[in-house]
Design a protein around this ligand. Structure first.
Ligand code: 5AD
Ligand code: SF4
Length: 460
């Protein structure tokens, strides 16, 4: 079914399937920007797409298998629509051997691009189309597999168009790549070394978002605290970036992720505490509460250092909402180490924790160590989730009858006539509202707490 009169005026549609983190969500906005500049439109419900892009993730085995499974599913679509162009992009393609797997096992994939050559998408699509037009003569099919890491990536990136899809939230990259090499993590291998954007480019982008009506700006980087480390001018650092962003006029909020505990400086904590726009909310991954495991993970901080940071953060901002990432089942984690993790969770009382079962990633040091049986990891994560849920519930109950400023972000899933948004500390609140409310701030009185979700009503 096509909304068209004839071939020449036919709309061309794109679909983007995104897996993984916020960084990927934002990179998909750049893919959308490139495709829209080429004349493609976002594919409406019920229409078939002319181009499908998979923006992949490989942080854990599950993410990788989900993407590969769905690429497999598209084979049927390609049979009914041989003109369909299929592109696979992102972290997964950057791993050793994966491009070859796609080449051999999924021969109907036309384009494979790595994390830093997104801007090649336009020319590669054009080449695929041209080769198909001349196919009858040469009978050759053009396929592209390029995972190179261009040295002029930052210049290319500044010119890449983007179509933002998360109003009233806007994602702004400040640093690409990672230098840390935590022993479990694939990211430094697939996203290369740290590259910080020019401070004035970041500031211009934030100002543009604010002028365009975006109300919450989230600064993105694998480790935002190393922003500027690769720039000669030492005044370019994360604390100064936050201070400069805070000087921008307007009614908007700023969040950032992710912070590495070894690099979170006193200056950053001060910049947060003294700001108008920066939310009292911090995502500070602990990963493990055991010094031995932290050392084996190459995290380069101790439990004591981490707890000192929590004390500093809470004395500077008593109402700060702190969230974390925790991994269980790292190869050297004993039952005692796991109990240290449970202990730190009890001590810090996170407002939310993202919990993961360690997944061996090929090519990383931890994947070569002797592994823990899956059943042990499973039992540990269940205990950890139960503990965090009980803490979240207790913290939620303290919100009842309080009034919080909430940015209305979207309709509430599964609740008719309701909208949802976040408090400054990052807690999700659901309340009665309409489409008109999205993108506006409201004072909301909390009337009910159900574990991680809070419910309330607008205060008039
Ligand atoms: N297995 C499981 N979880 C992982 N993470 C990173 N690598 C792995 C892995 N190999 C988790 C970390 C990180 C979050 C984004 O994903 O907790 O902070
Ligand atoms: Fe991975 Fe560690 Fe870099 Fe985070 S800091 S992306 S966990 S290597």
């Amino acid at each position: 079914m096509r909304t068209r009169q004839n071939e020449s005026t036919m709309n061309k549609f794109y679909k983007i399937n995104t897996y993984g983190c916020q960084m990927n969500v934002h990179e998909s906005e750049k893919v959308a920007g490139i495709l829209e500049e080429m004349g493609y439109l976002a594919c409406p419900e019920g229409e078939s797409a002319d181009i499908i892009v998979f923006n992949t993730c490989c942080i854990r085995d599950t993410a990788e298998r989900r993407a590969l499974g769905n690429i497999g599913v598209v084979k049927a679509e390609k049979k009914t629509n041989p003109d369909l162009i299929l592109a696979v992009f992102g972290c997964m393609t950057q791993q050793e051997g994966v491009a070859d797997t796609i080449k051999n096992r999924y021969p109907y994939v036309d384009i494979v691009l790595g994390t830093r050559n997104i801007a090649m998408l336009k020319t590669e699509i054009e080449k695929v189309i041209r080769s198909r037009e001349t196919k009858k003569k040469s009978d050759k099919k053009y396929r592209c597999f390029d995972r190179s890491m261009p040295t002029d990536y930052l210049e290319i990136d500044e010119k890449t168009p983007q179509t933002r899809t998360s109003f009233p939230n806007a994602w702004v990259n400040i640093i690409y790549g990672c230098n840390n090499f935590c022993t479990y993590c694939i990211v430094p291998y697939v996203r290369d070394r740290e590259l910080s954007r020019d401070m004035s480019s970041v500031l211009d982008e934030v100002k543009k978002c604010v002028n365009d009506g975006y109300k919450e700006i989230t600064l993105l980087g694998q480790n935002v605290n190393s922003y500027g480390n690769d720039i000669a001018d030492k005044s370019v650092n994360f604390a100064n970036l936050l201070k400069k962003i805070d000087e921008i006029e307007g009614d908007f909020r700023v969040r950032f992720m992710t912070s590495h505990p070894k690099d979170l400086s006193d200056e950053v904590i001060d910049a947060m505490a003294n700001s108008k726009h920066i939310c009292r909310n911090l995502h500070l991954p602990i990963q493990s509460g055991s010094d031995k495991v932290l050392k084996d993970m190459n995290r380069r901080y101790t439990r004591e250092h981490y707890l000192d940071l929590i004390t500093k953060l809470r004395s500077a901002m008593p109402d700060i909402g702190i969230t974390t990432d925790i991994m269980v089942g790292f190869p050297t984690e004993t039952e005692e180490d796991f109990e240290d993790t449970m202990g730190i969770v009890r001590e810090v009382r996170y407002s939310n924790a993202f919990t993961f079962i360690y997944s061996p990633r090929k090519g990383t040091p931890a994947a070569k160590m002797e592994q823990i049986p899956y059943a042990v990891k499973q039992a540990r994560i269940e205990k950890l989730i139960a503990l965090q849920n009980s803490i979240t519930k207790e913290i939620s109950n303290d919100y009842i009858n309080g009034v919080y400023r909430v940015l209305c972000e979207d309709f509430a899933e599964k609740h008719n006539g309701m909208v949802c948004g976040r408090t400054e500390g990052g807690r999700l609140v659901t309340f009665p509202g309409t489409a008109d409310d999205i993108g506006k701030f409201f004072d909301v009185e909390i009337t009910e707490a159900r574990s991680a979700s809070l419910f309330g009503k607008k205060k008039v």
